[in-house]
Design a protein. Structure first.
Length: 209
């Protein structure tokens, strides 16, 4: 079974409080989501391999570390996942960005892919799939499956708030994909919203309803 990492850094928890607040407007919501994503990415990439190099400092030679040529890919789940991309790119500007869109068929209730554009060398990259909310887990699980079908192998899922039900769904479908979250909330309500959650992340990011 995959591992769930709860990133409880004080700065993340502080910003998450304001992200949850119903009085936080779209501009502030976008800024907070980006800042939280940057801080979370710091932990998500903690296990990147390093290699030794030598550089000339102003006073001599120094043996130092650099990332060992590992390529990173970020894949937001449309549309809310877009709000997390900027923060990650400010930390890892060389990362390539793919996009994947999934909707739920109203009759079968099964996830359906409507858009997918990924880096051509996806099999060679460490991929971070991002979506602010992990509610039922259906969209996240389907997105990961679609990525795997196109050759993606090293995948992590990064969400800001998760419900236990969503975590269970992803772990059962993808036991090889570790999950990184800032908070695990109580449950889902009858409409599939996380309680207490923060509402519809996409609507709050873009000022829609």
């Amino acid at each position: 079974m995959s591992t769930v990492h709860v990133i409880d850094h004080p700065l993340i928890q502080h910003k998450l409080t304001f992200l949850r607040d119903a009085d936080t407007g779209p501009k502030e919501f976008r800024e907070l989501a980006e800042e939280i994503s940057l801080l979370m990415a710091y932990e998500v990439t903690r296990d990147l391999p390093l290699t030794d190099v030598e550089v000339n400092t102003p006073v001599g030679r120094a043996r130092c570390k650099v990332i060992a040529g590992k390529k990173i890919g970020v894949v937001p789940v449309l549309r809310a996942g877009l709000g997390m991309v900027g923060g990650i790119l400010s930390l890892i500007p060389a990362a390539k960005v793919g996009h994947i869109g999934v909707y739920r068929d109203p009759e079968t209730l099964m996830p359906v892919e409507y858009y997918c554009k990924l880096p051509p060398d996806i099999a060679e990259r460490d991929l971070i799939v991002v979506d602010p909310m992990l509610a039922t887990g259906g969209s996240a699980s389907a997105s990961i499956r679609f990525i795997k079908e196109r050759g993606g192998q090293a995948i992590k899922l990064m969400c800001i708030v998760a419900a236990p039900e969503g975590i269970k769904t992803v772990q059962e479908a993808h036991p090889d994909v570790d999950i990184y979250v800032a908070a695990i909330d109580e449950r889902l309500n009858s409409h599939g919203y996380i309680v207490p959650g923060l509402g519809d992340a996409g609507d709050r990011l873009f000022g829609t309803r």
